[in-house]
Design a protein around this ligand. Structure first.
Ligand SMILES: Nc1ncnc2c1ncn2[C@@H]1O[C@H](COP(=O)(O)OP(=O)(O)OP(=O)(O)O)[C@@H](O)[C@H]1O
Length: 263
């Protein structure tokens, strides 16, 4: 299996401070990774490296076989699908759901053209169907609920047939039903052998869909652990990561965590 992402001794320094420090991490083709860590730990910084929107201050980052700093990122970026808060803010609120997904085919956040190929239209409709957005095709993106926005964004991220899919807190702000619906859909995607390699940032182990294979835990810019979910998603690791005693349990094919009661 080839490397989808390879970071070697990567540090990103801003204003004299390391946002991530000496990170070495590799993601192989077909793997589905979860990044866990407290607020400010450096999770989004890792995603920004993976999406080629941020370059290392030191160390090397290779994305889809291309070394950052040596590759034209405008050729690399269409190979990477992204969904997250930062992107959602760039999407025009007045565009319909279908337009929002279709514009991804041309690497744009805006700029609706009337002449989209039928093949692109069919693909957009298929992804929106898969994400349960059939009834919202003509709704304006700006009028959608948080959950509907997230599902539209994931459909959009799939449009370019990416080799790497990056999801930044896809379940943030969703109610219980919305979260469970999304986790089910992400689980279906994660288990699809034809789906791209995936990296998802989340704050909650409850949001890890079945089919996710690996976990990376980060604290204060440093990687605490990175490896298979079965061996690394332990109470000891999670407690170290979040800095308080936590118990993590596997319930069926899902995860749950809670703090120990104060003694
Ligand atoms: N351009 C910047 N200049 C200075 N500090 C920055 C910059 N960008 C991010 N940071 C800081 O770097 C740290 C890591 O940020 P990052 O967004 O990667 O964390 P995170 O783990 O995604 O956090 P959260 O869970 O709160 O979203 C934070 O303390 C943040 O304030």
């Amino acid at each position: 299996m080839s490397d989808v992402l390879e970071l070697v001794d990567v540090s990103v320094v801003r204003e004299g401070r390391a946002l991530v420090e000496d990170v070495s991490w590799s993601v192989k083709e077909g793997e589905r990774w979860v990044i866990l860590g407290p607020n400010g730990a450096g999770k989004t910084t890792l995603l920004n490296l993976a999406s080629s929107y941020l370059f290392p201050t030191s160390g090397t980052a290779t994305v889809l076989g291309e070394r950052l700093g040596r590759v034209d990122v405008f050729e690399l970026r269409p190979r990477i699908g992204m969904s997250g808060h930062a992107l959602a803010e760039k999407l025009p609120p007045g565009q319909t759901v279908l337009q929002t997904v279709l514009t991804a085919a041309y690497g744009m956040t805006a700029g609706w053209r009337e002449q989209y190929d039928q093949i692109d239209r069919d693909r957009a409709l298929a992804f929106l169907d898969r994400l349960g957005m059939n009834d919202y095709l003509d709704r304006k993106f700006g009028t959608l609920s948080e959950g509907e926005r997230k599902r539209t964004q994931i459909a959009r991220a799939m449009m370019t047939d990416p080799e790497l899919l990056l999801l930044d807190e896809p379940a943030a702000g969703l109610d219980l039903g919305g979260r469970e619906d999304l986790v089910r859909r992400l689980g279906r995607l994660a288990r699809d052998p034809y789906a791209p390699s995936m990296i998802m940032v989340t704050h909650h182990v409850e949001e890890i869909a079945p089919g996710f294979t690996h976990v990376l835990m980060i604290r204060q810019g440093k990687v605490l652990t990175a490896g298979p979910v079965e061996t690394e998603l332990t109470s000891a690791n999670l407690s170290r990561c979040f800095g308080l005693p936590l118990v993590v349990e596997r319930v069926g094919d899902r995860w749950t965590a809670q703090g120990l009661p104060l003694g």
